[in-house]
Design a protein around this ligand. Structure first.
Ligand SMILES: [Zn+2]
Length: 402
């Protein structure tokens, strides 16, 4: 089920198609099965059109977590902690009063709040739609997290001195409504910190082609379009800067911006200067890489030999929706991430790697960025001796060239 979507920045519906993203995942009514990446003919903002309703997406996030590290003992990876520390260090000079209320919306396990607590801040509140967040945040950092999100702010967030929205706005269908609701929780002199992936710096270095058009990200902001969206919601820009977020093996460029409540609401009235060109540059780069990848896959699947796939995330869902992999003989799809277990991809139910014990078909590594970790885990944790095949060079030592 998909719905047409007005521009999340200016509200017009004048989509110009840039790229058609599709995923080989079964439609359960709330999961994103694909979308059109479009440029708004009005303001130039780039976003995903044709996605489930906000209500459906909320249902998805209530049971899924945006974090991939739940299987790692519930701890944030060191790389992510580093990114959070960079963010907090940048925010501290803006927050001289340690008694002011700071609210982190979409706080996950409360990692950022934990750092703020260590820095001496005492009035901290986390908000997250995921059911496990409150218990995890209490256990890890002794901070309070309540259920909610940008479109369901808890009353206790009111009069906040600072609200943090990091890795949130790229997931939200109703951006204007979310920004208005969140700003309504700010004290008169409160600050809103927003951090989103930076479309202007999208690149395939270290990540798979089209990875930025993921199964969860539906807004592709530049600093221009982010400021336009915030301005339309009654916010004024105080500061903006660029940073790198390290959630996986490839650092992700992000736009960081601090806003204050504006005294007068003004329409932005201008077009995004860089987004339309940036998204086309990224699509061209992804298509070039994918041509190479497709040739490898054609060689691999030509004989029709059965394959196991390890990795059921964005990249594999994208590849399985297209030839040649859509026509290949796939006998099992596994992933170490429990949030993907039970999801139906290419007609197969994704399960844990232990489910392929005793099978001898070759394993195609579906997540190029995590190839080394996947092979190590397969050998050491699961005791698997299957042959591995890789999507991309450079190949891991015991991976066969396609
Ligand atoms: Zn627009």
């Amino acid at each position: 089920m998909t719905l047409r979507r007005d521009c999340p920045v200016c509200g017009l519906y004048e989509p110009v198609l840039v790229y058609r993203q599709r995923f080989a995942v079964a439609d359960d009514g709330r999961r994103i099965t694909g979308y059109d990446v479009v440029e708004c003919g009005g303001c130039g903002a780039v976003y995903a059109d044709g996605i489930p309703s906000q209500e459906a997406l909320d249902g998805y996030y209530a049971v899924a977590s945006k974090y991939e590290y739940l299987e790692c003992g519930g701890q944030a990876p060191a790389s992510l902690e580093g990114s959070h520390r960079d963010m907090v260090e940048r925010l501290l000079p803006l927050l001289p009063d340690q008694a002011r209320k700071i609210v982190d919306v979409g706080c996950g396990n409360g990692d950022v709040l934990g750092l703020l607590r260590r820095a001496g801040y005492v009035n901290l509140l986390g908000v997250d739609p995921a059911e496990h967040s409150a218990a995890a945040a209490r256990r890890l950092y002794g901070v309070e997290v309540v259920p909610g999100g940008v479109l369901a702010m808890p009353p206790t967030a009111a009069q906040a001195g600072c609200i943090v929205l990091s890795a949130v706005l790229e997931h939200v269908r109703e951006v204007a409504q979310a920004l208005r609701e969140v700003s309504g929780m700010l004290a008169a002199d409160g600050l809103l910190y927003i951090e989103v992936p930076d479309l202007e710096r999208f690149a395939c270095d270290g990540s798979a082609p089209f990875q930025q058009f993921s199964v969860e990200h539906i807004n592709y902001f530049t600093s221009d379009s982010l400021v336009h969206a915030a301005t339309a919601a009654g916010l004024g820009l105080a500061q903006t800067w660029s940073a790198l977020r390290r959630t996986g093996t490839a650092p992700e460029p992000v736009v960081c911006a601090v806003f204050k409540l504006a005294r007068t609401v003004v329409g932005h009235g201008t077009r995004d200067r860089v987004g339309p060109a940036a998204v086309r540059r990224y699509v061209a780069q992804s298509e070039a890489l994918e041509t190479v990848e497709r040739a490898r896959l054609e060689r691999l699947t030509a004989a029709g030999a059965p394959l196991i796939i390890w990795g059921a995330g964005t990249h594999m869902q994208h590849l399985l929706a297209r030839p040649p992999l859509a026509d290949a003989t796939i006998v099992a799809i596994v992933d170490a991430n429990p949030r993907l277990h039970g999801v139906v991809v290419a007609g197969l139910t994704v399960s844990g790697p232990e489910s392929i014990a005793g099978r001898d078909e070759p394993i195609l590594v579906g997540s190029p960025a995590h190839e080394r970790e996947i092979i190590d885990a397969a050998r050491r944790v699961y005791g698997l001796e299957n042959r591995f095949v890789s999507l991309t060079p450079p190949l891991a030592a015991d991976c066969q060239t396609l």
